[in-house]
Ligand binder design. Structure first.
Ligand code: HEM
Length: 495
């Protein structure tokens, strides 16, 4: 059991030999892709909870469902802290810039409640997203049709998928449906920003070193931040004016948006009881977090699923059969109520989240007090990292874990009872994290992926291209892409 221990003998989780002063720094500064095999080897040798050191400071790794449950769920408050944000991020974005960077406490709760109840809550989400979802689907189909026409029926679906999800999420962020060129610019700025924010584990403990290493990148970061300001600020101001008109004329808005909620939000300011509105630059930063958190994760999941459907024609056929059985003779788009009657669709999505989670690690957590895990001490100030793939691909839980087999999530399968919110005793997979910092966008993301997947498959057949085998190797950075984007031959019914 997890207990706080005072005054008894304390031993940290096991660790490989460390170099004096440096600790295991050389390992910890490796990019994500190179760290994974090393972490699996350490798990095999030291067990599911072990320590690496940055100098004398411990970085704890938790690699199995049982210990994730003991920490993030059973002792959720102690593990809900985040390490200090990287100094570069503070320089560019200021102190109040994202939910994830906000220390666990009252301000974090306000920000979490805001996104969860004002934007993502099913009642709000369905109001604003139904029409936008339809438009996003049209963009996806139109983009695939255009590419197929130009290339003899062959497409690389990742581009169309990213455009579609970026359109959907930027509309929900700013409350307007933006034209494709603007969406493309937003997507490119966000991608560039992400690509230069290399978050090495060690740097979470050494913000000053991170600053030195990142100094060269600082100019580029500032330039990208200016590009964000140019794109986002006019949209935020337009929304502010619209809200003022709506208030004075008591009109209903056509759709809600994340920016609306941020414009109305009050945060603590200095003395107890004092509050203030968010500054414009803070709103820009929160929008950036919203777009990054939602665009890449959801589009990666849809990319992996469509790649799997090219490879496994039998699964594609089963999906189509289920869609036909629910839709009967009805023509046109499948709606949200019909999606609830498609268990196999959900099984395909869960299998993709298990086999190809878009993030292989949770965002690093931290503890702000000494905490006991079994007989081990996790000392105050430790960074704690949780590996998503070591749980979802654990051969003790899943039969042939590397196989893509949605049937596991159907009645009788080993994943039938899986709870992706990780509230139950056992954690078999955690693509959205677990505990207090668990992804607030879970329901929205699953619903949008269901909607886009079903309507896409209802309209097109995805086939393999002769001589171009789908390669399932991944490119494990912050969000995990396919190393080699796959090609598909599509037969799209005319618009
Ligand atoms: C398939 C889609 C998604 C996946 C797999 C995913 C996964 C995750 C994961 C693993 C975390 C870290 C949890 C932790 O550290 O314990 C996270 C955090 C977060 N996600 Fe998502 N996410 C998805 C979609 C979304 C969407 C659509 C939104 C917003 C609309 C969103 C907003 C956030 C935010 C704001 C956080 C930070 C929460 C905090 O620190 O309190 N995510 N997500």
């Amino acid at each position: 059991l997890l207990l706080k221990q005072r005054g008894t003998r304390r031993r940290l989780p096991p660790s490989p030999p460390t170099i004096p002063i440096l600790g295991n720094l050389l390992w910890l500064t490796k990019p994500f892709s190179q760290m994974e095999p090393m972490l699996h080897r350490l798990r095999a040798k030291y067990g599911p909870v072990f320590t690496l050191y940055v100098g004398s400071r411990p970085v704890v790794f938790i690699m199995d469902g049982k210990h994730v449950h003991r920490s993030l769920v059973a002792n959720s408050e102690a593990f809900a802290h985040s390490p200090l944000p990287l100094t570069t991020s503070v320089l560019i974005n200021g102190n109040l810039s994202s939910i994830n960077n906000t220390p666990y406490g009252s301000l974090w709760r306000i920000l979490r409640r805001n996104i969860a109840s004002e934007v993502i809550h099913p009642s709000k989400a369905s109001m604003s997203s139904t029409q936008v979802q339809r438009m996003a689907l049209d963009i996806l189909l139109k983009s695939l049709r255009k590419e197929a026409e130009a290339n003899g029926g062959v497409v690389v679906p990742v581009h169309s998928i990213e455009l579609c999800i970026a359109f959907l999420m930027s509309s929900l962020c700013f409350g307007v449906t933006l034209d494709e060129q603007v969406v493309d610019r937003i997507k490119n700025v966000q991608r560039e920003l992400l690509s230069i924010v290399h978050i090495h584990f060690a740097l979470n403990l050494l913000p000053k070193v991170a600053l030195l290493l990142s100094w060269r990148r600082l100019g580029k970061l500032k330039q990208l931040r200016r590009a964000q300001d140019e794109l986002f600020i006019p949209l935020i101001r337009a929304r502010k004016e619209l809200l003022a008109v709506q208030q004075s004329e008591q009109k209903d808005l056509m759709m809600i948006s994340y920016v609306d909620s941020l414009l109305k939000l009050r945060v603590e300011d200095g003395a107890v009881g004092n509050t203030r509105a968010l500054r414009e630059e803070e709103i820009v930063s929160f929008c950036s977090e919203f777009l990054d958190a939602s665009i890449w994760s959801s589009s990666k999941v849809l990319e992996w699923i469509t790649a799997r459907l090219v490879k496994h024609q039998d699964i594609q056929e089963k999906l189509k059969k289920e869609i036909r059985s629910v839709m009967g003779d009805k023509k046109g788009q499948v709606d949200v109520e019909e999606l609830q009657r498609m268990p196999y669709v959900k099984a395909v999505i869960f299998e993709a989240l298990r086999r190809h989670p878009p993030a292989h690690f949770l965002i690093p957590h931290a503890v702000k007090e000494d905490v006991m895990m079994d007989e081990y001490l996790i000392p105050n100030g430790s960074v704690v990292n949780f590996m998503v793939t070591s749980i979802g691909l654990d051969g003790r839980t899943w039969e042939e874990p590397l196989e893509f087999r949605p049937e596991r999530f159907m009645p009788g399968g080993e994943g039938e009872e899986v709870d992706v919110t990780c509230g139950k005793r056992e954690i078999k997979m955690m693509p959205f994290g677990a505990g207090r910092r668990m992804c607030p966008g879970l329901d929205m993301a699953v619903l949008q992926i269901q909607y886009l997947l079903v309507n896409l498959i209802n309209e097109i057949d995805l086939k393999a291209v002769e001589g171009l085998e789908v390669d399932f190797s991944d490119d494990a950075e912050i969000f995990v892409s396919m190393k080699n984007p796959f090609h598909a031959r599509v037969a799209v019914s005319p618009a």
